[in-house]
Design a protein around this ligand. Structure first.
Ligand code: CMC
Length: 430
């Protein structure tokens, strides 16, 4: 047996060597692609707990060590030194930009912020209380109707334009959804403002008076977007890749990713955390809720806790917790009951055997909502904020997937447990 092969012995004693693939870092990967063709068996891995679905050079996570790197750069360094736009360039293009590359990229994103006026009509059709994630998914899906003639996936320029449009227009769509919920008029983008300033302007400005950009809020958003920008093959990114693998229009694939993100086990957790903290209400209630989370007969989970990959700590949660302290101080918030409650809940859970044994730690969503709340962003918009940050990750993965010459339509198999063949019975004999 060669060293780079994995040996399997089948129940009938046949030996099979499976090639082992080695990445730059991370565990070795057994290549089972030929298993069915050669042995007539499938692998079984619900939830893809042990399955790599693709090759990727975008993001690396070491869940045991709490490491997250975009294109090799630790997220802590990017959070401390970079900007969301620079990180977006890095994710899309593979390297940090030079000054002129960054200026050109930022200028392009600034000039793609407007929506086709026809898209605004979509908002007139939604109920005033439609969830902004539902609107975001629907309106992003509609981009496939507006931009289909400039979307030949085999054309690298078209792929670039797609990524620029997604990055630039998502904040405009998100702000329009918020305006519909609040009954305020839609505010057009201002291309003299940077990415986060412009988003805050579209979110909070009203035509009746000048709006002063809150720089603390703009900086906080920029940092949160960096932390959310990519996370390798998570549920929403895998959804984008899977939908896109059929050759579907990429705007539709992003809309599918937005829908996947909305679930409470994924990006919807940030909204669920705030609702949970409000329901807990007071430190005296913490034990009751921790006990509920441990009770197998109760479906309640401690939202913002646990992660499929991180089994030690989530590096994003550590940065966001520190950021919470700074933001609340800079905004001069003396009374911070939700943050105090969240910190106490974290301490209680971290000392509890159930959470220790199952390696459950606060994840990225545990503290982010507290910052959004402090910035005046309503709870229903929290997962939208996650989507804005993740949009560049989705676009980067779609580009990588579609440019891969070895790419195939994603088509998993199954373990069939339904009835074996049976004959049709006429209705009067059933
Ligand atoms: N509270 C209580 N118990 C939990 C929790 C929790 N938050 N998370 C996991 N467990 C238990 C779970 O019941 C299971 O116990 P057992 O082994 O006895 O059956 C064990 O821990 C493993 O959980 P799992 O559901 O098999 O693990 P998973 O990797 O499939 O799920 C998760 C990961 C994030 C979906 C899960 O931890 C969870 O539901 N957390 C709460 C929701 C949340 O915060 N989601 C945001 C994830 S981070 C942002 C993102 O990537 O979108």
């Amino acid at each position: 047996m060669s060293q780079d092969a994995f040996r399997l012995i089948s129940p009938n004693g046949t030996e099979l060597e499976l090639p082992v693939r080695t990445g730059t870092i991370g565990p070795e990967v057994i290549d089972v692609a030929k298993l069915y063709k050669e042995q007539g068996v499938f692998t079984y891995d619900p939830g893809f707990v042990s399955t790599g679905s693709c090759e990727s050079d975008i993001t690396y996570i070491d869940g045991e060590q709490g490491v997250l790197m975009y294109r090799g750069y630790p997220v802590e360094q990017l959070a401390a030194k970079s900007s969301f736009i620079e990180v977006s360039y890095l994710l899309l293009h593979g390297n940090l930009p030079t000054t002129s590359e960054l200026e050109k990229f930022e200028g392009t994103i600034r000039r793609h912020t407007m929506l086709n006026e026809g898209m605004l009509n979509f908002f007139k059709g939604f109920r005033y209380d439609a969830h902004p994630m539902a609107m975001l998914s629907a309106v992003v899906g509609s981009m496939s109707a507006y931009y289909h003639s400039e979307m030949d996936a085999s054309n690298p320029d078209h792929r670039d334009i797609f990524a620029h449009r997604i990055l630039a227009k998502l904040p405009t769509i998100a702000a329009a959804a918020y305006k519909l919920n609040t009954g305020q008029p839609f505010i057009y983008p201002r291309n003299d403002l940077n990415y986060c300033q412009n988003f805050l302007h579209m979110l909070f400005a009203v035509p009746a008076e000048p709006y002063e950009i809150d720089e603390v809020a703009a900086e906080a958003l920029d940092l949160l977007f960096i932390l959310h920008a990519d996370h390798e093959q998570n549920c929403s990114t895998s959804t984008v890749r899977m939908a896109g693998s059929s050759g579907a229009n990429p705007y539709s694939a992003i809309a599918a990713g937005i829908s996947a993100l909305w679930g409470p086990a994924h990006g919807g957790a940030n909204e669920a955390v705030l609702k949970m903290l409000e329901e807990i209400g007071d430190v005296s209630q913490i034990k009751k809720y921790v006990d509920k989370a441990k009770d197998k007969s109760d479906s309640f989970r401690l939202m913002g806790f646990g992660h499929r990959v991180y089994k030690n700590f989530d590096p994003r949660a550590t940065i966001i917790r520190d950021m919470c302290h700074k933001i609340l101080q800079r905004l001069d918030r003396k009374d911070t009951p939700l943050f105090d409650l969240a910190q106490e809940l974290e301490q209680v859970a971290l000392k509890d055997d159930y959470f220790i044994e199952k390696n459950l730690y606060p994840n990225v969503d545990f503290y982010s909502g507290i910052i959004y709340r402090a910035l005046g962003i309503p709870t229903s918009m929290f997962t939208v904020m996650f989507a804005l940050g993740r949009s560049v990750g989705w676009a980067s993965h779609w580009r990588e997937m579609i440019s891969d010459p070895a790419g195939k339509i994603a088509r998993p198999r199954q373990l069939y447990t339904g009835p074996a063949q049976r004959d049709y019975t006429p209705i009067e004999k059933r």
